[in-house]
Design a protein around this ligand. Sequence first.
Ligand code: ZN
Ligand code: ZN
Length: 237
Amino acid sequence: MSDVELEKACLICGRPLVYSQTAQEAECSGCGREFTTNAECEDGHFICDDCHGAKSMPVIFYYCANTEKRDPYIIAEEIMQNPAVHMHGPEHHVLIGSALLAAYRNCGGQIDLAEALKIMRQRGSQVPGGICGLWGNCGAGTSAGIFMSIITGSTPLAGNSWRLSNLMTSECLKNIANSGGPRCCKRDGFIAIKTAVPFIAENVGVKMDLTEKIECHFSEHNKECLKKQCPFFVTGE
Ligand SMILES: [Zn+2]
Ligand SMILES: [Zn+2]
């Protein structure tokens, strides 16, 4: 199987990334630590997930801890507009669940938001970049599952909360898959949110606001945008 060239995305030099089927041990060009990766830029740079998301983590936490907004799509969209958040990347594995946590609390969900956001960051950061294509497990959908696990206090030994957390992820993954590839961290994040809001209302009883017609304003930055095939594409952008 040949390597697939993806977006112009190396944080060091801006050249395209190449993904390989077999992961390799590499030294991060940003922090020097050894890590395992399937991605390398054409110029031989490697960037670990921590370095990729480093600038966005404080933005995600601060915004979510302080917003009074009740619509997780609006919260996520506003964070995505911040230049610290890349077009694609594993920071979305923290971002989506954090936006859900903030909206959930603002719509009456009983949680210690700051504590929940810390746990979200911890767990979301463990979900590697690229696992959508490599594991069949999009990290935006997983992030919604982590959200459910946090608000219900699920563990591997739990009963109903275990069921709800896995259902949350699987409902998101099904909808994300049906929109087709290649991955888009914006589209897949919006689908996860759109799936999560009614699921949460039905199963947890907290009704969050949700923009009726979600629109994406990032398509020009995404070389692999599905354009008119994407449910959120805005004609003329
Ligand atoms: Zn590079
Ligand atoms: Zn690094």
